[in-house]
Design a binder for this molecule. Structure first.
Ligand code: GCO
Ligand code: MG
Length: 410
């Protein structure tokens, strides 16, 4: 089944998305997500200039071979731009193969291991009443697990705290950290203030919502290993489902120190793009959840291998699912979630109405559980006409500085 056409579509229905559309000689169309927040056009160029010409005429069924061809054939290994581009091809080819088989993709991946995919949503607030409202709004929407982010007294806008606008009066705060601006905005950070404040937030949330509700928190790479260890320890009484990205993990060995001091479960990996990034973390059981996104890790082909490797060490999945993963990338994650045995939890926040007009999708969120649907393939279609109405707009994630002006991790 030859590939006869491949095109990159950049569209911005509320935020920027990069989508690869591959067409085969028998008219099947497969979609892959290559969105890399704040660096979208680099992936679009990588695909258009360096990958699309190599795809024309290839057999769409040869997914593993195509993956190795693009990965090894580039000579230069890994990196977020490359891996997002390879992921877009890989997911589009799985979409095509599943359509050709007349099955939803999860069937090709081994079939359903569960009836629904447990999801967590993002609650946040500038103070406790606002945070409690946000948690209640999520519970009302069916979420059974909640990520809790809070402002820190004395600091302005920080990661995870909406600017104050709610989505359609739901009490759920708008989540879109990339700002439509030609240069990144700047935020100010104070680690000591955060370490003092956060345990008081979790104490209040536990007192209000009881011991049962699974609670998560994203540290967003801001702590040193010993600070992360201290935070994990101080959150132990509040029984977190996970503490995410507690320290930048390029140095995988630094997680040994954190692990040594705390039993708070650890999730890591949304900025990783290869199984290599996890070798020590998984082999030494330094983490509990793998946070990679299909879109940023080279697609379904390597993600299956990553989860199988993790399964050997009882490490589970926690696929990255913010709104900067397009509905195509989200659907790819959901098919994997349904099929793999070592599923943990799936991050989920709905996209905007405009995004759903551009990407028609069959996945559902019902009573706290996601399901990818039964349509053959991924179950997502890109409406090219609708996409064309939303041209690319430069947008960047903020940057973060300490009070003395030193650049810090955002
Ligand atoms: C998460 C992530 C996101 C990232 C975003 C960057 O846990 O969902 O931390 O919020 O900040 O994906 O583009
Ligand atoms: Mg995160």
């Amino acid at each position: 089944m030859r590939i006869v056409n491949a095109e990159v579509v950049v569209t911005s229905p509320g935020r920027n998305f990069v989508t690869l559309e591959i067409t085969t000689e028998d008219g099947l169309r497969g979609y892959g997500d290559g969105t890399l927040n704040g660096r979208e056009l680099a992936v679009a160029s990588y695909l258009t200039d360096h990958v699309v010409p190599l795809l024309i005429g290839r057999d769409a069924h040869r997914i593993e071979d195509t993956w190795q061809y693009l990965h090894r054939g580039a000579y230069w290994r890994r990196g977020p731009v490359t891996m997002a581009a390879v992921a877009a091809v890989d997911v589009a080819l799985w979409d095509i193969k599943a359509q050709a088989a007349g099955m939803p993709l999860y069937q090709l991946l081994g079939g359903a291991s569960r009836t629904g995919i447990r999801a967590y949503g993002h609650a946040s607030g500038r103070d406790l009443p606002e945070l409690f409202d946000s948690i209640r709004a999520h519970l009302d929407e069916g979420y059974k697990s909640i990520r809790v982010q809070s402002a820190v007294p004395g600091l302005g806008t920080i990661y995870g705290i909406g600017a104050g606008s709610t989505i359609g009066g739901t009490g759920r705060y708008d989540y879109e950290p990339a700002r439509r601006h030609p240069v990144p905005s700047e935020e100010v950070w104070d680690t000591r203030a955060y370490l003092r404040h956060l345990p008081t937030v979790f104490e209040a949330v536990r007192n209000e919502f009881g011991p049962d509700l699974p609670l998560l928190h994203d540290v967003h790479h801001r702590l040193t290993p010993i600070q992360a260890a201290r935070l994990g320890k101080s959150l132990e009484p509040y029984d977190l489902f996970w503490m995410e990205d507690c320290t930048p993990a390029e140095n995988q060995e630094s997680l040994r120190l954190v692990r040594h001091h705390t039993t708070t479960p650890l999730a890591i990996g949304e900025v990783f793009n290869s199984v290599v990034d996890y070798q020590i973390l998984i082999r030494e059981q330094l983490i509990d959840y793998v946070r990679s996104a299909v879109t940023h890790t080279g697609g379904i082909t390597p993600m299956r291998k990553l989860f199988d490797y993790a399964a050997l060490y009882q490490v589970k999945s926690g696929i990255h699912g913010p709104t900067d993963i397009s509905p195509v990338g989200m659907a790819a994650g959901l098919h994997l979630d349904l099929a793999i045995h070592n599923f943990g939890i799936q991050e989920f926040m709905p996209h905007t109405e405009d995004t759903y007009r551009v990407f028609q999708h069959d996945y559902t969120f019902t009573d706290g559980y996601l399901h990818p649907g039964e349509t053959p393939g991924l179950g997502v279609r890109l409406d090219r006409e609708a996409a064309a109405a939303f041209p690319y707009e430069p947008a960047y994630l903020p940057v973060n500085r300490l009070r003395d002006g030193t650049m810090h991790d955002w």
